[in-house]
Design a protein around this ligand. Structure first.
Ligand SMILES: C[S@@+](CC[C@H](N)C(=O)[O-])C[C@H]1O[C@@H](n2cnc3c(N)ncnc32)[C@H](O)[C@@H]1O
Length: 262
């Protein structure tokens, strides 16, 4: 696993990795996340919310059903194509979900490092374990872009399963998972001086094997909060689950609720 490029995410998210993600997240989890977001975003129906990175829009659609206007941004052409196709189908089959017109749910092929707009969103969130794909300087660009794009006083909710306090206590160098018809073996190495995990994902399906490589930068919970504060957010709450339990050592997920400062 030598020399994984820092921009690994630019060509990691296609084909089998997307199939894995589609199969890995049960509908019940998406519903529970959407219910949590509705509570903590604290904005009313019709509010314009940014979902970044949105993947195939699983959470965008769940929130649109509650009357939010959604803009989803993602770098994966395949996911954005899928999300746009689903929104076209939805407009035909369930017009109530897209009642605000074609703009009520919109998917943009774009990069987290270059969030566009100024004071246009009433809320934003980054879910699906996507915080930490990029090195510090790029994560800061992402947070600064979200802060700029939000209206002052609106909320940004961050979820990650990769905060140091979540991932390091049970760090495993090798694990195997069966997800639908895909068997995934993950080989990982923690680069202590870089605070970074290098990973090789070996996927096996229908007798075919495929390897992909990724890097994940590990930020402590306090560091994530400092990054958010520096970008212009006030941290309001941290939670360790969708049930609002406190975040503690070895919690599987971290949720940070923030507000864009005025
Ligand atoms: C694990 S998926 C999560 C997607 C979505 N948040 C969810 O919960 O379903 C990670 C997503 O991050 C996207 N991504 C990775 N790097 C990105 C970047 N620099 N800019 C925008 N999207 C990015 C990938 O294309 C992928 O769709």
């Amino acid at each position: 696993m030598v020399g994984i490029p820092t921009n690994w995410f630019e060509d990691f998210f296609h084909g089998i990795t997307l199939d894995l993600w589609r199969k890995a997240i049960p509908k019940e989890k998406t519903k529970a996340e959407a219910d949590f977001l509705i509570k903590v975003l604290s904005c009313g129906p019709g509010a314009h919310v940014l979902d970044v990175p949105c993947g195939n829009g699983r959470l965008s659609f769940a929130l649109a059903k509650h009357g939010y206007q959604i803009t989803g941004v993602d770098l994966s052409e395949e996911f954005i194509y899928e999300a746009r196709s689903m929104s076209t189908d939805l407009a035909k089959d369930q017009p109530a979900v897209t009642a605000g017109g074609s703009d009520s749910i919109r998917f943009v092929l774009g990069d987290m490092r270059r969030i566009e707009g100024e004071s246009i969103y009433d809320g934003a969130y980054c879910f699906g374990n996507s915080f930490g794909f990029m090195q510090h300087v790029d994560m800061e660009k992402f947070l600064a872009g979200v802060a700029r794009a939000l209206k002052p006083g609106s909320r940004f909710i961050l979820e990650t399963g990769m905060a140091a306090e979540s991932i390091l206590p049970d760090f495993e160098e090798q694990s195997s998972h069966e997800i639908g018809d895909i068997v995934m073996t993950v080989k990982e190495r923690y680069l202590a001086t870089e605070s970074c995990i290098d990973s090789e994902y070996i996927f096996e399906r229908d007798g075919k094997k495929e390897s992909r490589f990724a890097k994940h930068w590990i930020y402590t919970t306090a560091e994530i909060q400092r990054m958010l504060e520096r970008a212009g957010f006030a941290v309001l709450d941290t939670y360790g689950s969708l049930k609002f339990e406190p975040y503690k050592l070895a919690s599987e997920e971290l949720f940070v609720v923030t507000e864009a400062r005025t």
